[in-house]
Design a protein around this ligand. Structure first.
Ligand code: HEM
Ligand code: SF4
Length: 553
């Protein structure tokens, strides 16, 4: 894990002190709302439906038990004892009092966390694969590159007032994109060229929101030392040409679409000629300095525990299910990466109580070198668990309600906070997630259905990634009433696709039935071992439409 040096710490501490004064002046009436607005947004503070909302960055999703315990303490002291993990590897406090925010930020600074650049028109938290650095299918660890981007982008003066917010994601596994890089303003995929040098494939102009678009490939191979200068070239072109007259057309995706990928690439390459090999070029020493923070923990030299696990699986089918759903192979023999599900029935997806945070911190200390990760699917991961301790971990996680074996299934719903918290919402989303989870609470049935991504957003801003769910649900407002539009066929991985709308929207009560019918059509049509997403791709939307909109007799 990256550890702040004295420079990082000073920047964060100074920012807390500045914001404390700014908040005091605002509360004293010396600063007007509109003067305070940019100051608070630079510190991740929104004003929401019921209270302020504070968004805290978890750089590339990496946390440790100390940070998590501090988050638990802060939610208890200053909030309602829980917080919400988002799809962007951030955590949000939904009920802080404005006057307490400086104290929250001061608490975060003690554990090297902050809320800088978590909102506003700047480069936001860079995200990555929750399994970065530990899976066998990885070309290289994306985390050092994320950290280099973090250091370069934090408080970068040239990119503090972009036309709109800007999101970068990095992925290191050629066989699987777990960071949805094609749906980011810039998506970077680590690759090797034919002489085995490491570099990046560069995608630009992906994004969700009201104009969902798949990113376009603008460079097949960018040598790693040029990473920052090339990003700088892209951002310059965007900063100069991105639209500032219309908030809804201001994202880079609109610019790339308007110019066409080829013309956009030409502009970037032209800009890059001024920057290439200049000050932003990464030296080997600099890359090594940062990479040294992401070395392997002190792994024991082990063999895979195949025999032991086979026996434990026979003895305990529920453990076997958990292994097959929540546990991933690890690059090191004898280890595994474990996903703790925070999608238990009755809890809003992404919500995590202070008690749960402490439990996870304890599990991380006991089983995974004190570290953990947050996934964009809103779950928590212990990445370095000994295989011979998986059973103990499962038992311990069960006791605290974190062992639901539903990862990747229909009940592992991604969901935004929606109308319960968010001022922009057209409809509630959490109760929809709950109604689907309670309809599909039979694990055996879920296993039979296999992997299905179900994503829910409360409005077209798409915070819950509904466009890229295999099943997507979007809250819409019709003359003051809440309705839900369903789409099918979205995919966030290498076959990136935006889902297609099924047809007219439904009211909330109908949604579990609608999902049920969609699932039945899949079961009727699937070939053996065919995944839901592949069946939808093969048979198209018609059979689903027919069943869902069939007139009842
Ligand atoms: C309650 C506070 C929130 C507000 C006010 C808010 C606001 C917005 C807005 C206005 C957009 C559209 C941006 C655009 O198209 O330019 C957006 C997009 C997004 N937000 Fe949120 N959001 C909130 C919470 C969340 C949460 C809780 C999550 C994760 C669960 C999240 C993740 C995202 C993502 C992934 C996008 C799509 C990014 C893209 O356009 O590519 N946001 N949000
Ligand atoms: S999708 Fe809409 S309702 Fe949901 S959090 Fe984002 S802005 Fe709010």
């Amino acid at each position: 894990m990256y550890v702040y040096d004295s420079f990082d710490q000073k920047v964060v501490d100074e920012r807390v002190a500045q914001f404390r004064e700014q908040t005091e002046r605002y509360l004293d009436g010396q600063l007007a709302d509109e003067e305070f607005l940019p100051l608070r947004l630079q510190n991740g503070l929104y004003i929401q439906r019921h209270a302020p909302m504070l968004r805290i960055a978890i750089p590339y999703g990496l946390l440790d038990s100390t940070k998590l315990r501090k988050l638990a303490e802060l939610t208890e002291t200053f909030d309602k004892g829980y917080a919400h993990f988002t799809t962007r590897q951030n955590i949000q406090f939904n009920w802080p009092a404005l006057e307490d925010v400086p104290d929250i930020l001061a608490g975060l600074a003690q554990v090297q966390m902050h809320a800088i650049q978590t909102s506003g028109n700047c480069i936001r938290n860079t995200t990555t694969d929750q399994f970065a650095g530990v899976l066998r299918d990885e070309i290289a660890d994306p985390r050092p590159w994320c950290e280099l981007i973090r250091q370069w982008s934090t408080l970068h003066p040239e990119f503090a007032f972009l036309p709109r917010k800007f999101k970068i994601a990095v992925n290191g596994s050629p066989s699987s994109d777990r960071a949805a890089v094609r749906f980011h303003d810039i998506g970077l995929e680590l690759v090797r060229n034919d002489v085995n040098e490491l570099g990046f494939r560069v995608f630009v102009g992906g994004g969700l929101g009201r104009t969902p678009l798949v990113g376009q490939l603008i460079r097949e191979f960018l040598p790693t030392q040029h990473l920052l200068s090339y990003l700088e070239a892209i951002l310059r072109v965007y900063n100069l040409l991105g639209r500032r007259d219309n908030k809804y057309k201001a994202r880079i995706k609109i610019l790339v679409k308007a110019l066409g990928a080829d013309a956009f690439r030409d502009k970037v390459e032209a800009e890059w000629t001024y920057l290439k090999d200049g000050a932003a070029t990464l030296t080997e020493a600099e890359v090594n300095r940062v990479a040294a923070h992401f070395i392997d923990p002190d792994y024991a030299s082990l063999d895979d525990a195949d025999a032991l696990l086979a026996q434990q699986k026979v003895d305990n089918p529920a453990f076997a299910q958990w292994l097959s759903r929540n546990v991933h192979l690890h690059k090191k023999p004898g280890y595994a990466a474990v996903t703790l599900s925070i999608k238990k029935l009755g809890y809003a997806p992404g919500d995590c109580t202070a008690d749960q945070m402490r439990s996870v911190a304890q599990l991380a200390d006991e089983f995974s070198f004190g570290e953990l990760r947050v996934s964009h699917e809103q779950n928590l991961i212990l990445a370095d668990v000994r295989q011979d301790r998986l059973f103990d971990l499962w038992e311990a996680a069960k006791l605290v309600g974190l062992a639901t074996a539903n990862i990747g299934t229909l009940s592992d719903v991604i969901c935004c906070p929606g109308g319960d918290y968010c001022a922009l919402a057209n409809a509630k989303s959490i109760p929809i997630a709950e109604s689907i989870q309670s309809r599909f609470d039979d694990l055996d049935y879920l296993y039979d259905l296999g992997d299905i991504d179900l994503n829910i957003s409360g409005c077209m801003n798409a915070c819950g990634h509904h466009h890229i769910g295999n099943i997507g649900i979007l809250g819409v407002d019709k003359k003051g009433e809440e309705f839900y539009q369903v789409s099918l066929g979205g995919d966030s991985g290498q076959n990136a696709r935006v889902g297609k709308i099924l047809g007219p929207s439904f009211n909330a009560d109908d949604i579990p039935d609608v999902v049920d019918k969609i699932v039945q059509v899949y079961v009727d049509h699937r070939h053996q071992d065919e995944l839901f997403a592949d069946t939808v791709e093969r048979v198209g939307l018609e059979p689903f439409k027919e069943r869902v909109y069939a007139k009842s007799h």
